[in-house]
Ligand binder design. Structure first.
Ligand code: THU
Length: 136
């Protein structure tokens, strides 16, 4: 599974986005240490705040399947029905979720397309994270 393929899976997951309120479709693909991929999309709600982001959707699917070791995340998002025109950067809550399971050097691919993306790390997205190690 290379970076391009992981982004393709995130882009495909966008197609399942349920976003009648924002019209903004997001997809995420999470590569696990054992080579599996869990995907997620944003799932909105009439109550607005119960909305689930694509990244947390993918992480919850993986953890629910008993998987907690991840090696890379790809995310892509933009107005529904169009190819993304900007790089997609995870929200603060999803950054905090990543910090629960992933190390500071965890790579995150913030994609516009499979050929055009920015690679960053969790530490860059969430410096000085409050993580499980904080509590030990
Ligand atoms: N969204 C995500 O899926 N991930 C993020 O990191 C930021 C925002 C979704 C939530 C909502 O359905 C839509 O994008 C607009 O905020």
């Amino acid at each position: 599974m290379d970076k391009r393929e992981l982004i393709e899976l995130a882009l495909a997951a966008r197609d399942n986005s349920y976003c009648p309120y924002s019209g903004y479709s997001v997809g995420a693909a999470l590569l696990t240490a054992d080579g599996r991929v869990f995907t997620g999309c944003n799932v909105e709600n009439a109550g607005y705040s119960p909305t689930l982001c694509a990244e947390r959707s993918a992480m919850a699917a993986a953890v629910s399947a008993g998987v907690r070791k991840f090696t890379m995340l790809a995310v892509a998002g933009g107005p529904t029905g169009k190819e993304p025109e900007t790089y997609f950067w995870p929200c603060g809550v999803c950054r905090q979720w990543l910090a629960e399971f992933c190390p500071p050097d965890f790579p995150v691919l913030c994609a516009k397309s499979a050929a055009d993306y920015r690679e960053t790390t969790l530490a860059e997205l969430l410096p000085h994270a409050f993580s499980p190690s904080t509590l030990t």
